[in-house]
Every structure is written in structure tokens, then in C-alpha cells.
Design a protein around this ligand. Structure first.
Ligand code: 3PY
Ligand code: MG
Length: 253
């Protein structure tokens, strides 16, 4: 089976920088994947993306060295399994709040006996290879989003679930859940403390700590303090900020 570069980078002690796409366009996904990201996440939760377009976006990313990942719309086995069948090499799962939810998520990504994924990886096999079934459980990566106060209370039970590779912080939802305004760069003590606790639990229990952010400088800070999966979002924001910057220059502002 084709290697998952994310696993290789992690095994070597390295850091994964991921792009994040929410616009429903395979060309847009291809453009992002042709930049120097290690991976690109197709966001089917908050992106304006239906399943068919998501499959096409995964195809587009697969023409590059970037690892094709998807965020599921919810912790729902049906959509998780469809995205894996479409060739996602890993799933980011929103709102994983306790052990049972984490086991349900990881189980949906793994064939028996480790999980309960149903077999039919039409495109997964094209991208991964003929021996997909044999190696998928050890190749695909699972990233559970920690973005509620309940999840922060239950970090130990979540981060000790067998087969979980990484926790991934959603700073906006985490802030809201803790009674603060959503921010991509939280400064409130209660949110900062929660982020510290998430990273500590991940490190203690041998899973990768990951986080979403909106700027390269912030991503670098997360990397410098030991996070090993950072996603910078997103295509939408890059489009808007690129246009805004050029307009400002053109108008002499
Ligand atoms: C959050 O910040 O809540 C996210 O889910 C990031 O995409
Ligand atoms: Mg969120």
C-alpha cells in the first residue's frame, strides 16, 4: 500500500503542516496541494462541499505529494467511511467528547478486528493499492477534534483509545464551549489553560498534538512549542486576504 507520509514524518519525529480547503472546487484543491503542504484537509463540515465534489477534490490532491485528508461533517460512521472509500488517507473528526465517541470514530476508520469499517474502498484502493485491506488499519490516520469543555475534562479517556493517532484542537469551538468569543489565536486564560492541558495529555499518552490556526506565524509558534500537526486555514481566507492586499496596494492605501 502507498505509504502515508504523515505517519513517516511523525515516525521520524517531524512536524506535519497541512492546508485546509472549503471551497467546492477540485482545481482549487489541486492549486493548494501544489504548494508546499505535507497534507491538505478537505473540510466537509464547514466547507461548502458535498460528497461528490469532496471525492473529486481528493482525486485532485492525489496528483501531488500532499497527503489527502478529510474532515468528516460529524462523528458519523457513514460519512467517515464514504470519505475513506473516496481515498482520504486520514480523517479529522469534529467534536469528539469522550471515550465512547472516540472509540466510535476510530472504529469507523478501521476494519475488523480493530474496528467496524465496512469494505468497499473503490477509490481508496486506486490511490492506496491492491493490498489496501491488508494495510489500511496501520496506514490511515485518525485525528479526533478536541473542541468542547467536556472533551477537556475527559482528555485521559480520549487520548488512551487504541488506534487514535492525534488530537486536533478546534480553537473557535473550544473557546465558545468555555464561554469565550471564538478566536483562531486564543488569549483568554481558560482557553490557553485548556490548550496546555490538551497538549500535555497527548504527550503523556503518546498521541500527536495538533491544532488549527489561520496564519503562518501562529503555526510556527505551535510547532515551536511541540505541536506536530498544524493546519493553516483556509483557501477561502487566502483568496480574500490575497485580493485585499493587492487592492490596498492598487489604491495606494
Ligand atoms: C474550530 O476552531 O472550532 C474548528 O473546528 C477549526 O476548523
Ligand atoms: Mg470546530
Amino acid at each position: 500500500m502507498r505509504e502515508n507520509r504523515i505517519r513517516t514524518i511523525w515516525a521520524e519525529g517531524g512536524k506535519v503542516l497541512s492546508g485546509w480547503v472549503g471551497l467546492p472546487t477540485s482545481l482549487g484543491a489541486e492549486i493548494m496541494a501544489n504548494q508546499d503542504f505535507d497534507a491538505v484537509v478537505v473540510d466537509t463540515q464547514h466547507g461548502m462541499i458535498g460528497f461528490q465534489v469532496a471525492a473529486e477534490m481528493l482525486q485532485a490532491i492525489s496528483t501531488t505529494a500532499a497527503v489527502p485528508l478529510a474532515r468528516a461533517p460529524w462523528n458519523d460512521p457513514s460519512s467517515i467511511m464514504k470519505l475513506l472509500d473516496a481515498g482520504a488517507y486520514g480523517i479529522v473528526c469534529p467534536m469528539v467528547n469522550n471515550r465512547a465517541q472516540c472509540e466510535a470514530f476510530v472504529g469507523a476508520c478501521r476494519y475488523a478486528p480493530q474496528g467496524y469499517r465496512s469494505f468497499g474502498p473503490a477509490r481508496g484502493m486506486l490511490y492506496g493499492g491492491e493490498d489496501y485491506l491488508e494495510h489500511a488499519n496501520d496506514t490511515l490516520v485518525t485525528l479526533a477534534m478536541i473542541e468542547t469543555s467536556e472533551a477537556v475534562e475527559k482528555l485521559d479517556e480520549i487520548t488512551t483509545v487504541d488506534g487514535l493517532d492525534a488530537v486536533f484542537i478546534g480553537p473557535a469551538d473550544l473557546a465558545i464551549s468555555l464561554g469565550c468569543a471564538p478566536s483562531m489565536e486564543p488569549t483568554e486564560k481558560i482557553v490557553v489553560d485548556a490548550i496546555d492541558a490538551i497538549q500535555a495529555a497527548a504527550e503523556k499518552n503518546g498521541v500527536i498534538a495538533g491544532v488549527y490556526c489561520a496564519a503562518g506565524a501562529v503555526a510556527k509558534r505551535w510547532f515551536d512549542r511541540g505541536f506536530r500537526f498544524v493546519a493553516i486555514g483556509s483557501d477561502t481566507r487566502f483568496l480574500a486576504s490575497g485580493a485585499e492586499a493587492e487592492i490596498k496596494v492598487a489604491r495606494g492605501g
